[in-house]
Design a protein around this ligand. Structure first.
Ligand code: ADP
Ligand code: MG
Length: 619
């Protein structure tokens, strides 16, 4: 195609362009009054090229030598300093907050894929509207003015975030649960919704994605179990699940015991429903490691179809990989203790599970601890999410009286016996590792205490189940356990939690002491500390105790907070460290982040080494 005449731009040869550039530079320097050495190229300039330069100032002034008395302009460095002085002063706190935002942004954008299936990412599928459910709150709630809704939320310390948030509903009957469900709630002694249920249930029943944050023992389980049963019921009435189909809803829990406990809760509601005339049979399957569920898989999934699956990530991944079950029609996904599932060791498996989801689903995340970084990351996978929080994420349950005592390492085991006298059983004693659990358990048995032990994967599943069942049934007085029993487990009426070892991460402390003081009851927690704990851990503990208005022991009171903690307790640090939730330090000095980074670095190094074709033995 021929160019129009006025669009034509004359070609300027490279040599000529260079000459023009050199002349421009020369003129600039002359204007600034700087001497410039003649270069070969500038010498080559002809007068006619100088006149062609549109940008150059009028030649008369340009060619004048600089006035001797004119002051040279300030250097760039001086200009920058002057500019900085003119800017309003930024406080140290603001600087820290800015730094933290940058660290979080960096963590969030460091090549981490959002929690979506590979096909969704590849096809660029992004859902924008929540899935409809057909549930609506009664008219009087829908007509409730927003000030009244806010007043109810304020009364129960509920903080909500999101668009078009459904109103809080103050009783189960108004939530339109069918009679068999209301009957089970009555039998369980559950008459009124807890704050997280009051706001969380209408949100989930409306089909909205939700992040639910509320302290340990505040009744989060029902917020995802009851709406899931409602969805299964509705779907079953409309189009029954057939052989090989399902599940419609999936609940993922980080530990086998928590999955079993949640499965039991689901079954408590499903069993009476199946006996009621007019209600269909809804089927639930438990998928956890350490048990052989081939029979259930055959009888439930293959022969009849399944509505609800409660599983741990590992077993679920296995069942999906072996095509024992598919998530084609799964439209409801809950991650309980979600911060553990979307971050850290479980992240890859959770991603795998997301890969098997075929369509849009309602996604729910629940936990008592949810650092900002995990929260932000998880939110990206949700559709128009609503965050419902009751209290600060990571705060200790206020119904637990927290006592912290300085006990020397060698005196701990003897003092434990004395400590057990503080309350009647049942008591849970938490230790850092399996070896400590065995040592404490043996000691207690020798001293005649009716104790049972529970520790990680090295323990046979049948022994784990036996230990938990005996303790739950009240047949054992003391459970000595590792952190494996710290999350989500709902042992009835625990009187006292003893932290024989203070955990390094404050989140684990919050979960551990949360085994007592559940659902309105008061509990006691005693924690042994000594020189084995890092100062950061102790500072986190100190601030957590301060937040819960507990007595601060002298050893913690004496700890001096670093200078940068000048902003602790202000709005800037109200949520704690963005990486681990600890109140006593900032993300810039987070030990968990440092540990994770050094682990990543180590794994990268080893990968480089083996990738380069070296032999381990020969180095
Ligand atoms: P979380 O998951 O928040 O730690 P759970 O859901 O395990 O707490 O509930 C803790 C205990 O409280 C359970 O024994 C449960 O039956 C009971 N519970 C749940 N909701 C209520 C309620 N509205 N009123 C009384 N007790 C309840
Ligand atoms: Mg729970």
């Amino acid at each position: 195609m021929e160019l129009e005449e006025d669009e034509y731009v004359e070609y300027v040869p490279v040599a000529k362009r260079r000459a023009l550039e050199a002349k421009k530079t020369l003129l600039r320097h002359q204007r600034k009054g700087k001497p410039i050495r003649d270069t070969g190229s500038s010498c080559a300039l002809g007068d006619e090229t100088l006149d062609d330069d549109d940008d150059s100032p009028p030649s008369s002034s340009a060619n004048k030598p600089p006035a001797a008395e004119s002051k040279p302009p300030p250097s760039l460095l001086v200009q920058a300093t002057q500019l900085k002085r003119k800017q309003p002063a930024i406080t140290r706190a603001e600087q820290l907050v800015q730094q933290e935002i940058e660290i979080i942004q960096d963590l969030l954008s460091s090549g981490r894929k959002p929690l979506m299936s590979v096909s969704e990412l590849a096809k660029g599928i992004a859902y924008t509207e929540p899935l409809p459910t057909g549930w609506k709150p009664p008219l009087r709630y829908r007509r409730m003015p927003s000030e009244d809704r806010d007043a109810i939320r304020k009364q129960w310390h509920i903080v909500v975030d999101g668009e078009e948030i459904p109103p809080p509903v103050s009783n189960f009957r108004d939530m339109k649960f069918p009679d068999p469900i209301l009957e089970v709630l009555k039998v369980k002694g559950i008459s009124r919704p807890t704050p997280i249920q009051l706001q969380g249930l209408p949100v989930v029943l409306s089909g909205r994605d939700m992040i639910g944050i509320s302290s340990t023992g505040s009744g989060k389980t029902l917020v995802f179990v009851l709406p899931l049963i409602m969805i299964a019921l509705q779907e079953e009435w409309m189009m029954p699940v057939g052989p090989g189909e399902g599940p419609l809803g999936l609940i993922v829990c980080p530990t086998r015991e928590l999955a079993r406990q949640t499965y039991d809760v689901v079954q408590q509601f499903l069993a009476p429903m199946a006996e009621n005339v007019g209600y269909p049979e809804l089927r639930c399957l438990l998928g956890i490691g350490g048990i052989d569920n081939r029979l259930e898989l055959a009888s439930v999934v293959k022969n009849k179809g399944v509505h609800i699956v409660v599983a741990t990530p590992g077993r679920l991944k296995d069942m999906l990989a072996k095509k024992k079950m598919r998530l084609d029609i799964c439209r409801f996904l809950t991650l309980d203790e979600a911060d553990k599932l979307v971050d850290g060791d479980f992240e890859d498996v959770t991603r795998d599970i997301f890969d098997h989801l075929k369509g849009q689903r309602q996604t729910l995340l629940f936990s008592a601890t949810m650092p900002t970084k995990v929260h932000e990351f998880a939110r990206r996978a949700l559709v128009k999410p609503v965050t419902v929080s009751v209290g600060r994420a990571g705060a200790a349950n206020l119904d637990v009286i927290q006592e912290v005592e300085y006990v020397k390492q060698e005196a701990k085991i003897v003092y434990l016996l004395e400590c057990l006298q503080k309350t009647p059983p049942p008591v849970v004693v938490f230790c850092e590792n399996n070896a400590a659990v065995c040592k404490v358990h043996e000691y207690l048995l020798v001293k005649g205490v009716d104790a049972v032990s529970f520790y990680g994967k090295e323990m046979e599943q049948t022994d784990r189940d036996r230990a938990v069942a005996l303790f739950k049934a009240g047949k054992k007085d003391v459970l000595v356990a590792t952190d494996g029993a710290s999350k989500g487990l709902d042992f009835p009426n625990i009187q006292h939690v003893i932290n024989y070892d203070m955990p390094a991460e404050i989140e684990n402390y919050v979960h551990r002491i949360g085994r007592t003081g559940r659902c309105g009851k008061t509990g006691l927690a005693t924690t042994f500390i000594n020189s084995q704990q890092s100062e950061t851990t102790l500072l986190d503990l100190k601030h957590l105790l301060q937040e819960a208005r507990q007595r601060i022991p002298p050893v913690l009171a004496e700890l001096s907070d670093p200078v940068e903690l000048g902003v602790v307790g202000t709005a800037a640090n109200a949520d704690g460290c963005a990486y681990c939730g600890g109140l006593g330090h900032r993300i810039s000095s987070c030990p968990k982040l440092e540990q994770q980074r050094s682990q990543q670095l180590a794994s990268l190094r080893s990968r480089d080494y083996f990738g380069s074709g070296g032999y381990r033995g020969e180095m």
